[in-house]
Design a protein around this ligand. Structure first.
Ligand SMILES: *Cc1c(COP(=O)(O)O)cnc(C)c1O
Length: 380
C-alpha cells in the first residue's frame, strides 16, 4: 500500500506545481476570445445566433447523432428529454442513485419520481442485471406500457448515467428497455467523446443529453445539448425549449406551454471554440490516465476503461480498500491543496428522495466507500 504523502507528491509531480491543484479546471487556449468578440461585435448575444447553429452542427461529430438541440444546461436538457418521450406527472423513471443530484432533479422537474436500480461494480453505471431483476419482480406490461405493480405508477423512462465518462452496459440496457416498452434516455452529461462497442455515447437511446458546465470536459460557461437520431423528437425539443412559439414574421403565437431553455449565442461562441480543442483534450486526458494507471497498480488501484469501451477520462478514479483508507486520503490531500473528491452522496440518502423505491444498492454503497476522484484537468 502506498503512503498518502507519496501519492500526493506524485500528483504534484504530474501537474508540476506546488500550488493548489483543482479537481478539474477548464482551459482556454484556442479561439475562445476571438469567437466571444465576434459574438459581442455582432450584438447577437442571446438566444438566436450563428454560433448556436454552428455548435449544433459541430457537436454531432461527437454525439454520433443526426440532430442536436442546444439548451441552457444539462439539467433542463434531461427534463425536456423526459417530457419528449412522454413522461408525465405521477410517472416513475428508473435511474441510478450513484449520480450527481441533477439526474434525479430532472426527473422531479418532469413531474415524475425516481426509482433506483443498482449500478455494476465495474462500470459504476446502471446494472442491466439488476434492471432486469427489478422489472421481473415489480413490473407488468399493459397495452404496450410498463407499470410498477408495487406502486401502481407507470414507468415512463429509464435513464442510466455514464459515470465519470466510463460507459455503462448501454447495449444490454437498451434491449431490456425495448422488451419492456420503456423509452431510454442517456444521461451522458459526463461522457462526451466516450464510446461503447464502437457506438458513441449519447446515441444509444431515444435521446441523450450532454452538459457543458464549467467542470465538464468542455464548457460553454453553462450549457447543455439534447441529441437524437429522431427528426421529430429534435423538432419537438427545439419547439419546447423556445417557448413553443410558432414561426411567423411578426406575430407571437404559442401553441403549448413551452420553456425559455435555449442556449444563448454567447455561450455557444465559447463552446464552439472549446469543441475545436476536444480531440486534443481527449488525447491529453488519455496520456494523464496512462501515467496514473502505471503508478496506481495495486492499492489504491486505478480505474481503467472496460474492454470494448472508450472512456473520455473526464474524472480519473482510484479505488481504496475501505471507507477508512478513503477518508484518510481525502483528509490529507484536501488539507494540502490537492483537490480530491468522493462519489456523490447516494441520491436516496438526500432528503428529497428518501422515500423513493430502490433495490439493495450493494455496489453503489461499496463504490461510495472506496472510490476517489483525483485531479484530472487537461495539462498544458
Ligand atoms: C453535470 C451533470 C448534469 C447536469 O448538468 P448541468 O449542466 O450542470 O445542469 C447532469 N447529470 C450528471 C451526471 C452530471 O454530471
Amino acid at each position: 500500500m502506498k503512503e498518502n504523502r507519496e501519492i500526493i507528491g506524485f500528483i504534484r509531480d504530474v501537474f508540476k506545481t506546488d500550488n493548489f491543484i483543482p479537481l478539474h479546471a477548464p482551459i482556454f487556449v484556442g479561439n475562445e476570445k476571438k469567437f466571444l468578440n465576434e459574438c459581442i461585435d455582432s450584438t447577437f448575444v442571446s438566444s438566436v445566433g450563428p454560433f448556436v447553429d454552428r455548435f449544433e452542427k459541430d457537436l454531432t461529430k461527437y454525439s454520433g447523432t443526426s440532430h442536436a438541440v442546444a439548451v441552457v444546461n444539462g439539467t433542463t436538457g434531461l427534463q425536456i428529454a423526459l417530457q419528449l418521450v412522454g413522461v408525465q406527472n405521477g410517472d416513475e423513471v428508473i435511474t441510478q442513485a450513484l449520480s450527481f443530484v441533477a439526474t434525479s432533479n430532472s426527473i422531479h422537474f418532469a413531474g415524475a419520481s425516481p426509482v433506483y436500480v443498482d449500478v455494476d461494480y465495474d462500470t459504476m453505471g446502471m446494472s442491466p442485471r439488476y434492471l432486469r431483476y427489478f422489472l421481473e419482480k415489480n413490473a407488468i406490461i399493459k397495452e404496450n406500457k410498463c407499470f410498477n405493480k408495487s406502486t401502481g405508477k407507470r414507468i415512463g423512462a429509464c435513464m442510466p448515467m455514464h459515470t465519470f465518462g466510463f460507459p455503462c452496459r448501454i447495449d444490454e440496457i437498451s434491449s431490456i428497455c425495448k422488451e419492456w416498452f420503456i423509452p431510454l434516455i442517456e444521461d451522458a452529461a459526463e461522457a462526451l467523446g466516450s464510446e461503447h462497442k464502437g457506438q458513441k455515447i449519447g446515441s444509444c437511446g431515444d435521446l441523450g443529453v450532454f452538459s457543458f458546465n464549467g467542470n465538464k470536459i468542455v464548457t460553454a460557461g453553462g450549457g447543455g445539448v439534447i441529441v437524437t437520431n429522431d427528426q421529430n423528437l429534435a423538432k419537438r425539443a427545439k419547439h419546447l425549449t423556445t417557448t413553443a412559439k410558432l414561426p411567423h414574421p411578426y406575430e407571437f403565437v404559442h401553441d403549448e406551454l413551452g420553456y425559455n431553455f435555449r442556449m444563448p449565442n454567447v455561450n455557444a461562441a465559447l463552446i464552439c471554440a472549446q469543441l475545436e480543442e476536444l480531440d486534443n483534450f481527449l488525447k491529453n486526458k488519455r496520456e494523464l490516465a496512462e501515467l496514473y494507471a502505471n503508478y496506481f497498480q495495486t492499492n489504491p488501484l486505478f480505474r481503467k476503461e472496460m474492454k470494448e469501451t472508450k472512456a473520455n477520462y473526464w474524472l480519473n478514479c482510484i479505488e481504496f480498500k475501505n471507507l477508512k483508507e478513503r477518508n484518510a486520503f481525502l483528509e490529507e490531500s484536501n488539507k494540502v491543496g490537492v483537490m480530491c473528491r468522493p462519489i456523490w452522496t447516494l441520491s436516496y440518502l438526500l432528503p428529497m428522495y428518501k422515500d423513493c423505491q430502490k433495490d439493495l444498492q450493494e455496489n453503489a454503497i461499496q463504490l461510495y466507500e472506496r472510490i476517489v476522484n483525483i485531479p484530472s484537468s487537461v495539462r498544458i
